[in-house]
Design a protein around this ligand. Sequence first.
Ligand code: ZN
Length: 199
Amino acid sequence: MDLYSGHINKLIDELAALPGIGNKSAQRLAFYIIGMSPARVKSLASSIVDARENVHYCACCQNLTDTELCPICEDAKRDHKTIMVVENPRDLAAYEKTGRYEGVYHVLHGAISPMLGIGPDDIRLKELMKRIAEEDIEEVIVATNSSLEGETTAMYISKLVKGAGVKVTRIASGVPVGGDLEYIDEVTLLRALEGRTEL
Ligand code: ZN
């Protein structure tokens, strides 16, 4: 027999399906939501729908944005000849938080993983190579994670980019193996960036 009504169970199931939210957290959130005022619940629900409907990938760097080009790609003060390649928008946010990187980015939205069946065509690599072919790029900094997938991806990218005659560097491995960039403090991120080596 179900402990709660169908509506509550459905809400708990939906929340529990989100990453990082277990059953207990889902229950806690569901009860919290039910205790919220109808106006706040509507505002929460519509911000989820609005974000999903209006946010898409930047036409240039593939970062999430609600404009054609993201604010970083639009910024004329940034160095558009240096591209830092990251796995996801969270890694980009981590480097932006340091406030010291002046180039632009390219977001892959994943990493190559033969084990999971994720190949080069499943991440935003074609878009990167198109930028390199069409724009005047001086350096590509590969800042994928230092996991097996991140290193595999870095190798693959370095071959492609070098083949296109553009300098390619890898951030220093002050970043712990298997470490997610987003959890690493800003000092370590900057040290990794400054200590980058040519591939
Ligand atoms: Zn962009």
